[in-house]
Design a protein around this ligand. Structure first.
Ligand code: SF4
Length: 271
């Protein structure tokens, strides 16, 4: 083979992208590779570059939840929207691993627009602390966002709370499901029979599902990752039946074990 033909073939071979020699055949690229920064400089650059992405995700999550809360405060999909004082969308850490979901707002929540702020809320705070969290580290919400009352014409009456009915739960369900999907926690505690039977399985007795861990299945939203859910007694039920506190704590320890966590070293007395 002539020297000129050999040189031509060699050049073609070196420029063949499929053989992986394309870059090696281009000395200018090699020069650029020589300007690669030190490892610490690269780390700095990566960190610098990664930050805005994280901020964007957090902002999007916050924005999505704020928009949902706005819809909830204007909602009149069910009758509860006509008699509420304030809707109660929910509150807490939007990046939490753990969410608590109750059945609906009561007298105090209706007036403050915040979930679990009455006596049951004080007990929930103690339960959260006993689990080794602060209230502000978790997200707390309800199945329905407006106060179900036995006597809606008598809103100032105490002891007027009732559980939401099936129709109210069905009409409000998309809100809690969207909140779950946006927050995307690893674990959910369903507080009480209404939340447990709505989110896990509609079984005749709550005891059939209480204290077991299930995979969460939603109807209106798709979370980005699998979520585990466990149901235990509602704090209001624990106030009425203090003997159940022992069982509730046993349920929550099952959840803590699944989370790979120990209960708080100082257990807050659940009075
Ligand atoms: S309970 Fe839910 S569905 Fe009913 S009015 Fe309130 S936000 Fe709307």
């Amino acid at each position: 083979m002539k020297a000129s033909t050999l040189a031509k073939e060699l050049k073609n071979y070196l420029l063949n992208e499929e053989e992986g020699f394309f870059i090696a055949a281009k000395p200018l690229k090699t020069k650029k590779i020589a300007t690669v920064k030190t490892e610490s400089a690269v780390k700095k650059a990566v960190t610098k570059k990664a930050k805005p992405e994280v901020k964007t995700v957090v902002k999007d999550k916050a924005t999505a939840l704020a928009e949902l809360a706005e819809q909830i405060t204007k909602c009149t999909r069910c009758e509860l929207g006509k008699t509420r004082i304030k809707a109660v969308p929910g509150e807490g850490n939007i990046n939490t691993k753990l969410m608590f979901i109750g059945e609906g707002p009561g007298f105090d929540e209706d007036r403050q627009g915040r979930p679990f702020v009455g006596r049951a809320g004080q007990l929930l705070d103690k339960i959260i602390a006993a689990m080794g969290f602060k209230r502000e580290e978790v997200f707390i919400a309800n199945m329905v966002k407006c106060h179900p009352m036995k006597e809606p014409d008598n809103p100032e009456k105490h002891g007027n709370d009732r559980a939401p009915n099936q129709e109210e739960i069905a009409l409000c369900r998309r809100y809690i499901e969207q909140q779950i999907a946006i927050i995307s926690p690893d674990f959910i505690v369903a507080l009480g029979s209404v939340a447990g039977r709505s989110l896990i399985k509609d079984v005749p007795t709550f005891s059939a599902i209480r204290g077991k861990i299930y995979d969460l299945n939603l109807t209106y939203a798709t979370p980005a990752k699998p979520i585990k859910i466990l149901a235990t007694f509602h704090p209001a039920a624990l106030l009425r039946n203090p003997a159940w506190k022992k069982d509730a704590w046993a349920d929550l320890k099952i959840l803590l074990a699944a989370m790979g966590r120990e209960p708080a070293k100082t257990i807050v007395k659940q009075g």
